[in-house]
Design a binder for this molecule. Structure first.
Ligand SMILES: NC(=O)C1=CN([C@@H]2O[C@H](COP(=O)(O)OP(=O)(O)OC[C@H]3O[C@@H](n4cnc5c(N)ncnc54)[C@H](OP(=O)(O)O)[C@@H]3O)[C@@H](O)[C@H]2O)C=CC1
Ligand SMILES: CC(C)(CO)C(=O)C(=O)O
Length: 300
């Protein structure tokens, strides 16, 4: 059996988790590190096992190599700089964008017009406890698929699917990853800003005082999704938001944590993305616009 090699850019929480899973599943893992950075040395998995094996740390001025897959598990706002920095080293290797929020594909396509681009979003939880350690805080699932702007190629698509399924299980391979990303976005559009603004846990948005804002958000999101050619009703969106809020009731959302720790939020890739789609489709989204403004007021 051929051993696949995967390069993972950065040593963030999710990237380190991906690397730990991949090396435990016999995938050869290279790590794309910023120059002069030593990086994460140990990942504690959900079952308590510790792991961290990298074939090699590579740098953006290293020798170009073709990888079976290069994973970019970064924030959308870090993506353009990272792609520009790493493009010479990764050559024409297929890439996997792994983040919350939208807009990553458009950014990647501008920098790498001919690259094969795959996309993913995960519900695993991972936390960097210090600059050398990452902890797997919640078992999840990863949705992945070929991006809209990448033409189908059965053999390559199958190979990438096998690599992602082997490296980072469990994976749901999506024939329409654009729809799956939008469905995840619809959840983040409600839970993330509301929990950050009101300083509450995810489950608390189910209280009666948030009923009308959830309803308004769901209707606005549905209208924009429908204008983008996606057949989603406000009722389906609202039900999905409530299901995730219930399932993650005790968690603080990533945006809540970003605001609490005075870090840059992902609001531009979440609500900002919806606002830009709404503007081009001439759809009014006042509730989302208000949350966007409130998050920006809270941000550093
Ligand atoms: N953590 C979690 O539990 C979850 C996260 N996600 C999503 O996954 C994405 C990644 O999140 P997360 O892992 O938490 O974020 P992190 O901030 O932990 O990871 C990003 C990493 O990328 C590195 N990086 C950025 N630019 C470059 C570059 N040019 N070259 C090399 N490394 C670079 C950063 O390094 P540096 O610190 O040096 O800038 C950092 O280590 C986000 O969209 C998040 O919303 C989704 C589900 C759960
Ligand atoms: C699904 C949710 C809301 C879970 O906390 C999330 O993705 C996040 O916090 O960014």
């Amino acid at each position: 059996m051929t051993q696949h090699n995967v390069c993972i850019i950065g040593d963030g929480a999710i990237g380190s988790l991906f690397a730990a899973f991949a090396s435990a599943n016999d995938v050869m893992v290279y790590r794309g590190m910023r120059e002069h950075k030593t990086g994460v040395k140990s990942v504690t998995l959900f079952d308590g096992k510790q792991t961290s094996r990298y074939a090699e740390d590579i740098s953006p001025i290293g020798t170009p190599l073709t990888y079976d897959l290069v994973v970019f598990p970064l924030k959308v706002y870090q993506l353009e700089a990272a792609l520009l920095q790493w493009q010479a080293v990764i050559g024409d290797s297929p890439i996997l964008l792994l983040q919350n929020g939208m807009g990553g594909e458009e950014i990647a396509r501008k920098v790498l017009p001919l690259q094969r681009i795959y996309q993913a979003t995960t519900s695993h939880g991972a936390l960097k406890t210090d600059h050398e350690s990452v902890r797997h805080t919640g078992m999840g699932n990863t949705l992945a698929g070929r991006s809209l702007s990448t033409p189908a190629d059965l053999a390559t698509d199958d190979k990438i699917r096998t690599i992602v399924e082997t490296a980072f299980p469990p994976v749901t391979w999506c024939e329409d990853i654009y729809l799956s990303l939008w469905q995840k976005l619809s959840v983040n559009l409600a839970i993330n800003p509301l929990t950050a603004i009101h300083d509450i846990r995810n489950g608390q948005i189910l209280a009666p005082r948030y009923t009308s804002v959830l309803d308004a958000l769901s209707h606005e999101i549905a209208e924009v999704m429908q204008a983008c050619g996606l057949n989603e009703s406000a009722e389906t969106i609202l039900a999905r938001i409530k299901t995730v809020a219930q399932a993650t009731a005790d968690n603080f959302s990533s945006m809540h944590q970003d605001i609490a720790h005075q870090r840059q939020t992902e609001i531009d890739a979440i609500t900002g993305y919806l606002l830009s789609k709404a503007a081009s489709e001439r759809i009014a989204v006042p509730t989302n616009a208000r949350l966007y403004q409130q998050i920006n007021q809270l941000s550093v």
